[in-house]
Design a protein around this ligand. Sequence first.
Ligand code: EPU
Length: 338
Amino acid sequence: MQFLSKYSLKKYHTFGTDVYTKYFTEINSVAQFKNLLQEDIYKNNSLLILGGGSNLLFTKNYDGLVIKNNLHGVDVVKQDENHVWVKAAAGENWHQFVLWCVNHNYGGIENLSLIPGCVGASPMQNIGAYGVEIKDVCDTVNAIDVQTGEEITFTNANCKFGYRESIFKHIYKNKYLITSVVFKLNKKPVFNTSYGAIEQELKTMGVTQPSVKAISDAVINIRSSKLPDPAKIGNAGSFFKNPEVSKQKHDELKQQHPNLVAYALDNGNYKLAAGWLIEQCGFKGKRFGDAGVHVNQALVLVNYGTANGSEIYNLSQQILDAVNNAYGVTLEREVNIY
Ligand code: EPU
């Protein structure tokens, strides 16, 4: 097995900050990963498994072994009259996989077009956008225990999905390498256009009859207009989660700030639009050296070029403090900090 030492991670994560890892290797097959388990460098270092690197921020060099997951392959594993079960390897680029499904007219993930990252990270984060989350389409997650090499399959229920949450971010953090995900998709798609921006965009596009392809195109248009392309400006999508507050807290805030953007949840609580809170605190479009807050979406922190991870982290702390002082709401970072 080849290990690279003191290796730059700049092109392996979407914030694009210049950090180094003590050791770096790539795996192209499950067998190769199982061989890796026997290596001293593997046994004696902390591990970080990397997919697209689109949801993390390095505040310092990584003192361990980074393993880039390069497992590839997309296969139909089962189908019936209404559904198709598609297995995608963890290292597949998420958006390319979505386009593959769109081209086959398999419905279910078209609302998740253009999300950066790889298939393997999608259940970890329970990625979501425009009214759809991975939990709605994930059938099973295949993984390997990083200590024993044992292969295991998690059902959807075992993944304990929540808002940008799963068991892989908590008790199973760094315990499993996800090898593939099986998605249950619709051959007779049911469209989810309820998220306001999609319907508006379909109208603008002149679409009267929604299709998997039309919705994917609409989402691509919306995302491209609001969110920075990580290939051009370093970022990791939404840096914070939208916070959940009680009805009482919501009502108090709404009285003081009638323009507050909030969504009622089934459990009686409210989800607040963190982007709105951050914008009200004056951060939208602000730039501190090369670290900044995106001009079109205050929830997204960006690296304009040479910002380092600590500068971006410090900016996120300033935002957290400002929102807390102004609204008494504590934001939670969505991005994983290393
Ligand atoms: N808003 C502002 N100012 C801003 C941004 C947003 O006032 O700068 C308000 C607007 O009223 C807007 C509302 O917040 O209508 C919601 O904004 P948006 O539709 O952009 O969605 P979001 O809640 O900010 C979430 C996800 C995104 C996902 C979009 C669309 C989280 C943390 N983020 O953002 O996911 O694309 O909804 O579904 O839940 C990601 O996770 O990386 C991500 C980009």
